[in-house]
Design a protein around this ligand. Structure first.
Ligand code: XUL
Ligand code: CO
Length: 433
């Protein structure tokens, strides 16, 4: 029995509606600032959390019952795809994202992995044609299978490097075939459990070369989407090499990739790194490397990557504010890298989770657009740094420490401390959220 085909596409019913399966804030066709909300937000459903994850946790296995479980045959993979596209339509998702291992079962050898991925992406391509749902990004699962336990590109065993490279080529080809707008690399097990057995420099060099091979291949096949790296500080490994945005920026520069690769920033990963989501987005934007976002929410107490659906409008508003400041999404979008709680068993829970998350994002985006248009934060910022526009201030940056020291003495420069106005700015934000 199909799970999602009885849900007709969710409709916008306005903020006063009490219909739990209607949109209250996300009206996809609403035009704000010259763009529909659909095009501002570019929502994507994550195939892995919604269809491959079975509801297990470290203490217990599957809690969900789905017609495509167990996920051990191509017949089951086709049922999963049918259901996935029913869900995409039920929540009006314009995009989806996937790993190879989400779409069909891992076969245990590369030749069979290639053939079965080709087969299932043909099938998925037909669903895309029929429904108009598009691929935001594809990626390779280089972390679930046992062979990746010590990493993929950073593995001490060259045979694993080889299989990883072949798998990424396969997934780039599949993303290209499905018209994907980005290709993502999340370094699942690129990191270490203990430095006692890790040649850190060699592993970083191998990862740098691997990413260069990815970029070379992108040009070879004429893939016009963006290549994105997704920062995360730990989990599954004790230390992940793509720790946070700052670490990734330094890494990409070191290996000459700063103009070729951008970042896919995830809310929960930002929290794990001890940052806020808007910090990571603002820093990526400042470096010209903002690509896309994985929208979710972490539990602030547990210290795990809990991948919950977002429900905090002020946090989301600040994230979108920085995205808007950077010019909005181009190839990127809002991928819900989020999963149900394991007690949320029903098909309706998954539909409601996406609808609610889209509403939260729409509220956040509308607040961000209003703040951006009002310009209050920007003018406060301009005012705070205004003195740097003067010739005498600019001369400080051009001069030497000797020049500056002489000036401080000659002009008897004595700074007059000024308020940072943080509470007033927080009050300002609260008027919009
Ligand atoms: C894991 C994570 C991944 C990536 C894709 O924490 O976020 O799902 O987004 O591999
Ligand atoms: Co993610």
């Amino acid at each position: 029995m199909a799970l999602f085909d009885s849900f007709s596409p969710a409709q916008y019913a306005g903020p006063d509606s009490t219909d739990p399966l209607a949109f209250h804030h996300y009206n996809p066709d609403d035009v704000i600032d010259g763009k529909t909300l659909r095009d501002h937000l570019r929502f994507a459903v994550a195939y892995w959390h919604s269809f491959a994850w079975e509801g297990g946790d470290p203490f217990g296995g599957r809690t969900f019952e789905r017609p495509w479980f167990p996920q051990d045959s191509m017949a089951q993979a086709r049922i999963k795809a049918d259901e996935a596209f029913d869900l995409f339509q039920a929540v009006q998702a314009p995009f989806f994202c996937w790993h190879d291992a989400d779409l069909r079962p891992e076969q245990g050898n590369h030749a069979d992995n290639l053939a079965t991925l080709d087969e299932i992406t043909d099938y998925i391509g037909e669903h895309m044609q029929r429904t108009g749902v598009r691929c935001l990004w594809g990626t390779a699962n280089l972390f679930s299978d046992r062979r990746f336990m010590s990493g993929a590109a950073s593995n001490p065993d060259p045979a694993v490097y080889a299989v990883s490279a072949a798998t990424v080529k396969m997934c780039m080809d599949a993303t290209h075939k499905l018209g994907g707008q980005n290709y993502v690399l999340w370094g699942g097990r690129e990191g270490y459990e203990t430095l006692l057995n890790t040649d850190l420099k060699r592993e970083l060099d191998h990862m740098g070369r691997f990413l260069n091979q990815v970029v070379e291949y992108k040009y070879k096949i004429g893939f016009s989407g963006s290549i994105l790296v997704e920062p995360k500080p730990q989990e599954p490994t004790k230390h992940q090499y793509d720790f946070d945005v700052a670490t990734c920026v330094g890494f990409l520069r070191k290996y000459g990739l700063e103009d070729e690769i951008k970042l896919n920033i995830e809310q929960g990963h930002a929290i794990l790194a001890g940052h806020s989501f808007e910090h990571e987005i603002a820093l990526a934007a400042a470096e010209g490397m903002l690509g896309s976002i994985d929208m979710n929410r972490n539990d602030y107490q547990s210290g795990w990557d809990t991948d919950q659906f977002p429900n905090n409008v002020p946090e989301v508003a600040l994230a979108y504010y920085h995205i808007l400041k950077a010019g909005g999404f181009t190839t990127g979008g809002t991928n819900f890298d989020a999963k149900l709680r394991r007690q949320s068993l029903d098909a309706e829970d998954l539909v409601a989770a996406h609808i609610g998350a889209m509403d939260v994002c729409a509220r956040g985006l509308k607040a961000a657009i209003a703040m951006h248009a009002d310009g209050g934060l920007e003018s406060a910022l301009q005012a705070r740094y205004a003195e740097w526009e003067s010739d005498s201030a600019r001369a400080l940056l051009a001069g030497s420490l000797d020049d500056i020291s002489a000036r401080v003495l000659a002009e008897d420069i004595r700074p007059a401390p000024r308020s940072g106005r943080q509470e007033q700015l927080e009050n300002y934000v609260n008027r919009f959220v």
